[in-house]
Design a protein. Structure first.
Lengths: 287, 285
């Protein structure tokens, strides 16, 4: 009785590996689970240590290379500039935040329906994908001046640039996610003559959520980049404009303070998306 | 009753022209019968299940259920897949109830049934758990409950226990038999494990390698209810040995081998031409 089992298991070996139930684990999660420090300790101390290290290296570079403060200001100077200009920084961050979010939500609103179209029909997919790729391969900086020409000096170009940069990862990830429905589920739906809509609502769409969120995480940082590029080209407010003006006036510490503010903004938005993901698809990080 | 009459299935493929998965397959399964299918990988076992389910149409021949040709997917089929394929955002009970929702029926009246089924497979305490909190064997039990929830007339199982260890597998097999004894559905069960095929079945259908057809059918006359201990029974061992020979002979030379089966000394294994005559005495229609 043993011999047949052994050979059968050998035959089956590779097949079991394709189990669909837990295929959703990313390398990151695998690493996180394998981490030997207590998870919370690792989560907070590791970034803190890197931050301290960066600041120390920064200071060291200034001392060793004898850099002038207007080229590279020391960390403490930047921090002083940050505190001294906090009202202006917050006001400008608010502007950049609104531009970013407007573009970001606009891209969600258009990307998700488009992803649904792409994933439900092969002709549409073949018709749309090449143009998406084409659009994606155009550097957004290149069209920024045109947007300024068309939309004027206001928020328009910034929102559109944020939208354009955020759009691609959301469409692609969501479309991929929508095509990840296990074939068994599709069979089950057909057997029970479930309508397309019902199958979509009960299986396909929820199954795509982790992919959608993966897209959002990439997109949000890009949306900030888009908004800032828009401000570089022509604006009278926003963190991007602040950086340009400060640099032109040789207020390098202020420029650095604005950059610091930008990264705080990016981290906060990224964190919010992670939070939303945990609330909307709590199953995703489970074993 | 399920009948496959001279069924063949050709898959069109882009590269190699066409793949003939099944040729000239005849099979009859009586109501209430438990039939297992064994055969080399790629011989078309899954294809047979999909044909019976109406998920695929035969290229030639006919699939009949209770005398009527199958023309499309049939909701009186319960399907258990090789992997459980549970939805991680649903609780165990919600997963079991999924087919009811897909049918567009209210789940309220069926909740009791879901709980009963879960109780039968020992998962009463896990109704509100999520799939990731369950072991592989427990997940597959949920898959079985899901397949049974809408009370299908036929249960189609495609290597449902293949991903499980040998002990879990036997235990689940026995559990499945207990449920089957109560409900007496037709079960078509694909497996790679000959002992499993023998332990569960009224008849074991052995298929040849591609293009798949029936190499022979072994009737298993072990008494029911079956127990794992019967694996040490000589009748069990003999049946397993005969099936193994059939499997190993499969696909070498069809004509010769079929003759060999026909003239085999065993009274249990019969050539395909006689297939189904013995099983036709079913109860339900
Ligand atoms: N959708 C398909 N398109 C083309 N060929 C297919 C398709 N499905 C199955 N086949 C071919 O048909 C043959 C039978 O496939 P099937 O999945 O029924 O085999 P099987 O007996 O279930 O194999 P296994 O034991 O490995 O699960 C295989 O050779 C396979 O290559
Ligand atoms: Mg198969």
């Amino acid at each position: 009785m043993d011999v047949p089992r052994a050979t059968e298991d050998a035959v089956r070996g590779p097949v079991t590996g394709t189990s669909t139930g837990d295929a959703a684990e990313t390398p990151d999660q695998a690493r996180e689970r394998g981490f030997s420090l207590p998870a919370d300790l690792g989560r907070w101390t590791a970034p803190l240590v890197s931050a301290i290290l960066i600041v120390v290296l920064w200071q060291l570079l200034i001392v060793v290379a004898r850099l002038q403060p207007f080229v590279l200001p020391p960390p403490m100077t930047v921090w002083t500039a940050f505190q001294g200009n906090i009202t202006a920084l917050v006001a400008n961050a608010w502007v950049t935040l609104l531009e970013t979010l407007a573009g970001f939500f606009l891209s969600i609103a258009i990307a998700v329906p488009l992803a649904i179209l792409i994933s439900t029909s092969a002709p549409l997919r073949n018709g749309i994908y090449p143009f998406l790729l084409l659009g994606q391969s155009v550097p957004k900086q290149a069209i920024a001046p045109l947007l300024l020409l068309w939309l004027g000096y206001g928020d328009g170009p910034k929102v559109v640039l944020a939208f354009l940069t955020a759009f691609f990862p959301i469409v692609v990830n969501t479309a991929i996610g929508l095509q990840m429905t296990p074939p068994e589920m599709l069979d089950l739906g057909r057997l029970l003559s479930a309508s397309r809509w019902r199958l979509f609502a009960k299986v396909t769409f929820p199954a795509a959520m982790p992919y959608f969120f993966a897209g959002l995480k990439v997109a949000i940082s890009l949306a900030i980049v888009g908004a800032v590029i828009g401000e570089f080209i022509g604006a009278d407010r926003g963190l991007g404009q602040m950086i340009v003006v400060a640099t032109a006036n040789a207020q390098t510490p202020l420029a650095f303070a604005a950059i610091l503010m930008l990264s705080f903004l990016g981290i906060a938005l990224f964190g919010l998306i992670c939070l939303a993901e945990r609330i909307i698809c709590p199953w995703y990080n489970k074993g | 009753m399920i009948e496959l009459r001279a069924v063949s299935k050709v898959y069109p493929t882009r590269k190699k022209g066409a793949v003939t998965a099944l040729t000239d397959l005849d099979l009859r399964v009586a109501d209430g019968e438990f039939v297992t299918l064994v055969g080399p990988s790629g011989c078309g076992k899954s294809t047979v299940l999909k044909l019976v389910a109406g998920l695929l149409a035969p290229t030639t021949g006919q699939v009949l259920i209770d005398g009527r040709p199958v023309t499309g997917p049939r909701r009186e089929m319960g399907f258990v897949f090789q992997t459980p394929v549970l939805l991680p955002w649903r609780t165990v009970r919600e997963n079991v109830l999924l087919p009811i929702e897909m049918l567009g029926q209210p789940v309220g009246p069926v909740e009791r049934r879901a709980d009963d089924l879960l109780h039968q497979v020992g998962l009463a305490d896990f109704r509100k758990a999520h799939p990731w909190e369950l072991s592989g064997g427990m997940q597959q039990r949920v898959g079985i409950c899901r397949a049974l929830i809408h009370d299908p007339a036929v249960l189609l199982m495609d290597e449902p226990f293949a991903a499980l260890d040998a002990m879990t597998r036997e235990a689940l097999g026995i559990e499945l038999l207990r449920i089957w004894e109560e409900q007496r559905k037709i079960v078509l069960f694909v497996t790679h494990s000959i002992p499993e095929a023998v332990l569960l079945a009224d008849r074991v259908v052995v298929m040849t390698s591609r293009p798949g057809r029936i190499a022979g059918i072994a009737e298993i006359d072990l008494p029911r209810p079956r127990e794992i201990d019967q694996e040490y029974d000589d009748r069990f061992k003999n049946a397993a040995r005969r099936i193994r020979r059939l499997v190993e002979g499969g696909g070498v030379d069809e004509g010769q081998r079929l003759d060999a089966v026909a003239s085999s000394p065993s009274h249990v294994i019969r050539p395909p031409s006689l297939v189904g005559d013995g099983g036709a005495a079913g109860g339900r229609s």
